[in-house]
Design a protein around this ligand. Sequence first.
Ligand code: SAH
Ligand code: SF4
Ligand code: F3S
Length: 478
Amino acid sequence: MEMSTKSLRAYVETYGCQMNISDGELMEGVLESHGYRIVDRPEDADVVIVNTCAIREHAEQRVLGRVSQLNGLKLERPELVIGVTGCMAQRMGDDLLERAPYIDLVMGPDGYRELPSHLQRLRAGGGLQGEEEGVRPVGKVPLQSGPVSKTGKRRIQLSVLDLDPRENYEGLEQRRRSGVAAWIPIQRGCDHRCTYCIVPYVRGPEKNRKPDEVLREVEEVVRSGISEVTLLGQTVNSYVHDDWAFPRLLRAVARVPGIRRVRFTSPHPNDVTPELVEVMAEEPAVCEQLHLPAQSGNDRTLKRMVRRYTVATFLEKVAMVRSAIPDISLSTDIIVGFPGETDSEFRDTLDLMRTVRFDDAFTYKYSLRDGTPATRLPESDFVELNVAQARLEELIEVSRGIQAEINESEIGRVDEVLVEREARDPGQMLGRTRRNKVVAFPGSPEIVGSYVPVELTATTGATFRGEKVAIPATVGRV
Ligand code: SAH
Ligand code: SF4
Ligand code: F3S
């Protein structure tokens, strides 16, 4: 079965969140183990996979533009296979094949195990002169006949859209792009129903991996020379498997010999419990960093978002974390212009930003996603685009201002930097501190993967410049 794929080259381009990036690495691993060679440019590939995100309309439009651009390559090389995978593929399904008929394959987030065999079928179908009925659908996959290619052969298109409540991709190897830090998915899907959010519909219900599988993977990662891991899940801290809740798993991961840094994302504020904070404070490998998505600083909005917490309880979580780990760096996600958000409710969000003083904030304009509960809110409630835009700009100004103040106050600190790669400026290397701050400092590529004590000497507001120092960094809490 693998005979004809031996020399094929595949290119995977990923959009969206860390989970999707990790899925991209998974697909590369699956393809590689079936004899594909992974290449860095679509021009060099026989198979191009665009692994997509559906979180906002803008994200989808970007992908549609990119896919039509890739069709330019297919016009030159009709045998090129274009696959669209991930959340947008799941959301749009066969509509995508109709809208962009040059796409050969749409595949949702639970189909990747069978990616090579579907590609194989596509190639076989492409090679059959008008005999696509001779290619039988496998399992539940619907088979459609597609347009006739330039060479006169019938093309088939495939869609693989079943969500599988058991698929956790156990036993498959990822092809990790970084040799310095590794993503470890521990959970797929989401059981929340935040009313703006498409994720539960395109990724299905929450599924948690077995703790021993997770730990085995972390051990393997260490053997490959990596000492920083980030545990991934949509509400990663709601992880539970038998009597393993998230704090227990986090502690076990942090204690795997050779692990020096552990991060996790994204936690849900409600599952930030005293037990979790205790593990974060006690385990030296757990980094002093927490992403805590607030979404809004107004109770009425939070309620209509179905976030299941209030501003007061969110602030209690922040206080609990900060009292246990004073040096912690906090980041958040905020949506402005949620349907019905008034100007004064938006001002509550600005107040929350000023109260908490996040080290970093990812800010978004509400984007309507078909099928989500928020679409059923009265149309008259929808916030005008220019109003939402103005709110976004004001929020960004406030959050960047706070970030710059915090970062300026950190100049002079000596932090341990894990060196990730060369910076764009010649002679400069880029890395992260335990608190997830990005630092550029003079160095050469052979230090990639090492831990270097760096004095923070200047900040652009968001990132730092630094100088290597001889004294060891005061690592985290001492
Ligand atoms: N599971 C993660 C979030 C994943 S999506 C969590 O719960 O934290 C990342 C961020 O995108 C969300 O936190 C939210 O701020 C934003 N987002 C999600 N849906 C959105 C929408 N319809 N419009 C605008 N922003 C959205
Ligand atoms: Fe979306 Fe809410 Fe689930 Fe996060 S917790 S993925 S925002 S539904
Ligand atoms: Fe996007 Fe899917 Fe992640 S919608 S944010 S790629 S889970």
